[in-house]
Design a protein around this ligand. Structure first.
Ligand code: FAD
Length: 442
């Protein structure tokens, strides 16, 4: 895709990790006129971002337990809906109570949403049952919130298309092996690719490696403690609901059902500590938990069952080792400026949600700005991301049909099929537009 020898040997900032945070950091830097190189060890969105539940949170899920995360979600829900409407489906989300305890939680949820600025509407149970015939007859109460479906890979690749037109460079299949620090300042990065090792000089580094943040920090002699919380999701090959359905209770296993795309429903999730960041254990027990918990609110799920399961890891923030319950740990984020530990120009962005990736990136770029002398003030909040044009879409369909899709791109598509994007055709086409643009830059 990109000839490594053609890479300029100096960039103001190198971004490590092509998940939602790294992609928005690359866009943010490019829009500020900074020379930026994004290095991703596999394909864009091959980490957690491409294996989420597909939900653009309203924040209601966190309103009672994690108000900061809730406020961040509703703010970003609105911004992403403005700048990338082609990546979002505004289906709306119901919180539904099915037990007396859940019904009691109803009022706390509504008042917490109000405090976080999340709009809610009371929904009569008879109306709910008309709108959602597969909801259990046991449903006791419901509210409507602005939860939406988000197509992560489309969002990331749309952001990268804009970044590329503003001069950003992107290399996939580039594993960052080492970080050079000279006189207490980031000075360069070494990465290995299938065609060999290359080195670039830089003054700043954004560590956006998600669950792998700790490993990347280690390469500069730094320490970042990330708690890797694995989650499993089940795909049911059926249209079961029109809206996103949340159980009306604090965050827990099997509490969300997402009508992801035509004929595809995704139920999730679970939470347990991951032992190996690159190999998540998924077993029948995970499927049973999801069918049990989600099936209580949509019983048809139990009859249909799952056609497949997939999993990923939440990069949660460890604070003084005090928090141990994975469900109670914050879904907000942290941007760590490592200058206090003796490395200027090295910033780690960790935690948060897919929904808040743009905001996390903005904060990370602001943190690095003062160390590398780049303009403060982000433009990503108001930069409209473009869907591919009709002509581009025609070209990429042609490329797919004529068998031009080879090598790295083939791998990306194969990886997509094993993740959430396997359910959609369009997200497999976008990488082709992206590759074409990268080719034009050579
Ligand atoms: C089960 C589950 C469901 C979720 N569902 C939702 C949801 O519905 N909505 C929502 O808003 N949030 C959701 N989240 C949270 C959200 O997906 C994550 O918070 C977010 O995707 C993290 O993005 P990231 O960019 O930080 O990390 P990632 O997407 O993991 O990106 C990190 C990237 O760094 C790369 N990398 C690592 N090491 C190196 C290296 N040495 N060199 C080069 N590259 C490297 C990796 O390959 C990876 O692509 C979910 C999380 C989980 C676990």
């Amino acid at each position: 895709m990109v000839d490594k020898r053609d890479l300029g040997n100096y960039y103001d900032v190198v971004v490590v990790g092509g998940g939602i945070v790294g992609v928005f950091a690359t866009l943010d830097l490019a829009l500020r006129g900074v020379s930026v190189l994004l290095l991703e060890r596999r394909g864009i969105c091959s980490g957690t971002s491409g294996r989420s539940h597909g939900m653009l949170h309203s924040g209601a899920r966190y309103a009672t337990t994690d108000p900061k995360a809730a406020e961040e979600c509703i703010r970003e829900n609105r911004i992403l809906s403005e700048i990338a409407p082609h990546c979002i489906r505004d289906v709306g989300g119901f919180f539904v109570s099915v037990t007396p305890e859940e019904e009691e939680y109803h009022h706390l949820l509504v008042s917490s949403c109000r405090r976080a600025g999340i709009p809610t509407s009371e929904v009569d149970v008879d109306l709910l049952k008309k709108l959602e015939p597969n909801i259990t007859p046991e449903a006791r109460s419901a509210i409507l919130v602005p939860d939406k479906v988000v197509y992560a890979r489309d969002l990331a690749l749309s952001a990268l298309l804009v970044a590329l037109t503003r001069g950003a460079s992107v290399v996939e299949g580039a594993f960052v092996e080492g970080v050079r620090v000279e006189g207490g300042q980031v000075a360069g990065v070494e990465a290995s690719t299938p065609s060999g090792v290359f080195k670039v000089r830089c003054r700043g580094l954004v560590n956006a490696a998600g669950p792998w943040c700790g490993e990347v920090a280690k390469k500069a002699g730094l320490s970042v403690e990330v708690i890797p919380a694995a989650g499993v999701m089940g795909v049911a090959s059926a249209n079961l609901t029109r809206h996103i359905i949340n159980r009306m209770r604090p965050p827990s296993d099997g509490d969300i059902i997402v009508p992801y795309s035509a004929g595809v429903t995704i139920a999730g999730t679970t939470a347990k500590l991951a032992e190996d960041l690159d190999r998540i254990e998924v077993d029948s027990e995970d499927a049973e938990i999801l069918l049990q918990e989600c099936g209580e609110v949509v019983p048809a799920l139990r009859t249909i069952g799952f056609s497949r399961l997939y999993a990923s890891i939440r990069p949660l923030i460890a604070k003084n080792g005090a928090e141990t319950d994975l469900r109670e740990m914050t879904r907000s984020f942290e941007v760590i400026d490592h200058s206090e530990e003796g490395v200027r120009g090295f910033v780690t962005a960790v935690g948060g949600k897919l929904t808040t990736g743009r905001l996390i990136a903005e904060n990370a770029v602001n943190a690095i700005a003062r160390h590398v002398g780049i303009p403060t003030g982000s433009f990503t909040e108001r930069t409209r991301l473009n869907p591919p044009s009709r002509e581009e879409a025609r070209e990429i369909r042609g490329a797919l049909e004529s068998g031009e899709v080879v090598g790295q791109l083939r791998t990306m598509i194969d990886e997509s099929l094993e993740a959430i994007d396997g359910e959609r055709y369009w997200s497999l086409l976008l990488p082709l537009v992206f590759a074409k643009r990268m080719g034009e830059r050579r």
